[in-house]
Ligand binder design. Sequence first.
Ligand code: UFG
Length: 330
Amino acid sequence: MKVLVTGGAGYIGGHMVLALRDAGHDSVVLDNLSTGFRWSVPEDVPLVVGDVGDYELVLQTLRAHSIDAIVHFAAKLIVPESLRDPLGYHLNNTVKSRSLLAAAVAAGVETFVFSSTAAVYGNASDRPIAEDAPLAPLSPYGSSKQLTEVMLREVAAAHGMRFVVLRYFNVAGADPAMRHGQCTANATHLIKVAVQTALGMRPSMEVFGTDYPTPDGTCIRDYIHVSDLISAHMRALDHLGAGGESLVANCGYGHGYSVSEVIDTVRKVSGRPLEARIALRRDGDPVTIVADSTRLRSSLDWQPRYDDLATIVEHTLRWETMLRERNLKL
Ligand code: UFG
């Protein structure tokens, strides 16, 4: 199978490129390098530097490389940023996905895996959240992904495409062999921020809200190791390759940790002090998001390998330490 990986120079897409390569599949990366890194794309994987919204470039790439499947990661993904810039998020995540889908239809690509998000659920009352829960995103980030899901479903029905939509919960960690990890400048995600603080790369960090209706007052999330998330993508490609039907599946473990529990785990695993100051709630934060991952396990036969917060933190620590030692710019 020959796969186009959009956003393949980024954190999650980069892990996908490695997994495809490990499994003996050919891939082509399309990335505008706005947040991705050229160095992260293996030399034997073609890198097309450009935008998913560039219809002509995408169509030409799909045809020139005889692409069979698209895995679409390229997106903006920071919830607070999306509240400040909704139009930017709708342009980047929704409008450009429309252009990508149009090129896929024109080139006859019939297999599509889409990176969606738990942010489509908003403050869901079901705990854990199943895929048929009502969608009520609290941020333009979530709604930009929801709109793309709708578009993909309608395009697939009209043009004989089959898809898997994967709704990611909180992705963290790094490749256990340390070939890849998160390098995004000014990352805002909790585990990365906490690990960097423990390593002294940030003076302190903030806990956004301690007055939520949870046991310790901080928000609860379902943190999934990036390698387990990628194995879900590989299972999705296998499923579609074997003629499986389109489906939407949550990607999480089915249990969550609070912000305070994550910070304590980082203190324990790193053996270092970590100053966490209490701050006001952050806009757009749901209280609790935990996946019902039954469908991922049953329909895609997904079996996670790293369902352990201490392991996720340890891999993040090793990655951040390596980056610091290599003096890579963060
Ligand atoms: N948090 C802090 N301090 C920080 C960073 C985060 O207290 O410095 C808190 C947040 O307020 C939130 C929790 O940690 O309660 C997790 O926040 P993240 O920024 O790590 O992640 P989000 O839950 O906001 O969003 C992530 C992804 C989205 C995805 C969502 C689904 O960025 O793409 O998870 O749960 F949709």
